[in-house]
Every structure is written in structure tokens, then in C-alpha cells.
Design a protein around this ligand. Sequence first.
Ligand SMILES: [Zn+2]
Length: 66
Amino acid sequence: MSMAAPASSDLEPEIIVVNTRRVMCDGGGALGHPRTWYEMGEADFVECRYCDRRFVLCDSGDDIRA
Ligand SMILES: [Zn+2]
């Protein structure tokens, strides 16, 4: 992954590592959106529909792929 020169000031999607497949997002206060719960289901991550945050499951039991 190459990082180009940051010409724009777009907000990058925030990645939040969690331990459970059920997560809650409320936008962190600044962005402000209704408190919403998400279920990852069979996936290892879920993205917030409001603020594009990505919640990634921290599965410390499996091998880590570099
Ligand atoms: Zn959110």
C-alpha cells in the first residue's frame, strides 16, 4: 500500500479494533449520529453506515497473516 501525497483533507475511515462481533457506534460525539448497534455475523468486520468507521474483530486466537 503506497501513500500518495495528501492533497486533500478528507477524513480517513477510522478503524476500531473490538473483541466482540456486536459493536455500538454513535459517531464519537463530534459527528453525532444515532446510537446504532451492528452485528458482524460471519464476517470479521463491520462498517458503520453513518460515519464509515470500520470495526475490526481482534481474533487473537488465530494465526496472523502478514
Ligand atoms: Zn458510526
